[in-house]
Write a protein that binds this ligand. Structure first.
Ligand code: GLP
Length: 257
């Protein structure tokens, strides 16, 4: 796992956008994430697009997750959010921006269909991820199967509380979600996890320096052959090996691909 430490959220956004833009230039399949953390990276990608430095015309996107029960046009559905925050501001073909169907009559069937759609497409080249304060990635809460497929999950009270800021009332946050599983995520070619702020410091320490355990779903990045974690100083503040991560980055042999 590569851990890149940047001074602030802007530095995290710029580093993430650089990596994602390289994939987009190759027409890669991007795994997109919602939440507030990736917004800076999306804004930077929009800026690069407007400057003529990147195009998404040949890319396909798969979202990580969706709330069960929210229609695509609902303001807080991830279907709507990703368009509002990112894809509608660049030249992404809207029909190639996929997300799990939160209003399907049978969410478990919708989960299987989404998993199959990713497989049929040939997989995801780079998967962008945030992290919950409890160590969740996508909506895989502690206890999720380490190699599970896209599935229906039930949110923890902590996640409902964290996400209630996007809704009028905490009771409006859906309890059930559709999410790529930890197995789905691990099959992506490159995992790119972003975190900023002191509130994520414990989760980042658990991800990088704790045991690989379903109690911290993000710790599956430890077993992925190509995982990049980009954090600001605040989110890195509880890493014991901060100096070593800086040393590794300063002395990195550049990859040829
Ligand atoms: C939600 C999303 C996750 C995201 C997490 C953290 O639960 N399903 O994909 O990583 O929130 O969000 P934020 O970046 O706003 O802290």
């Amino acid at each position: 796992m590569d851990i890149l430490i940047r001074p602030d959220a802007e530095g995290v956004a710029a580093a993430a956008a650089d990596i994602l833009a390289d994939y987009a230039r190759r027409g890669a399949t991007l795994g997109l994430a919602t939440g507030s953390t990736p917004l800076g990276a999306y804004q930077e990608l929009i800026r690069l697009y407007e400057a003529g430095e990147v195009s998404f015309a040949d890319s396909t996107a798969f979202l990580l997750d969706e709330y069960v029960g929210l229609a695509p046009e609902h303001e807080q559905s991830y279907h709507h959010t990703i368009r509002h925050e990112f894809t509608s501001h660049v030249d992404f073909d809207d029909s190639r921006v996929h997300s799990p169907d939160g209003t399907a009559a049978d969410p478990w069937v919708a989960a299987q269909e989404y998993e199959q759609a990713i497989i049929d497409h040939g997989g995801i080249d780079v998967q962008l991820l945030g992290i919950g304060t409890n160590g969740h990635i996508a909506f895989n809460e502690p206890g999720a199967a380490l190699n599970g497929p896209t599935h229906v999950d039930t949110l923890q009270p902590q996640t409902i509380a964290d996400n209630s800021r996007f809704f009028d009332r905490p009771e409006d946050v859906p309890i059930h979600v559709l999410t790529q599983g930890l197995g789905t995520i691990q099959r992506a070619g490159h995992l790119l996890l972003l975190a900023t702020g002191e509130g994520k410091a414990d989760a980042i320490a658990a991800l990088a320096e704790g045991p690989l355990t379903t109690m911290c779903p993000a710790s599956v990045l430890q077993s992925h052959p190509r995982a990049t974690v980009i954090v600001d100083e605040a989110a890195a503040s509880k890493l014991h090996h901060r100096d070593y991560h800086r040393f590794v980055e300063e002395n990195k042999l550049p990859r040829k691909n």
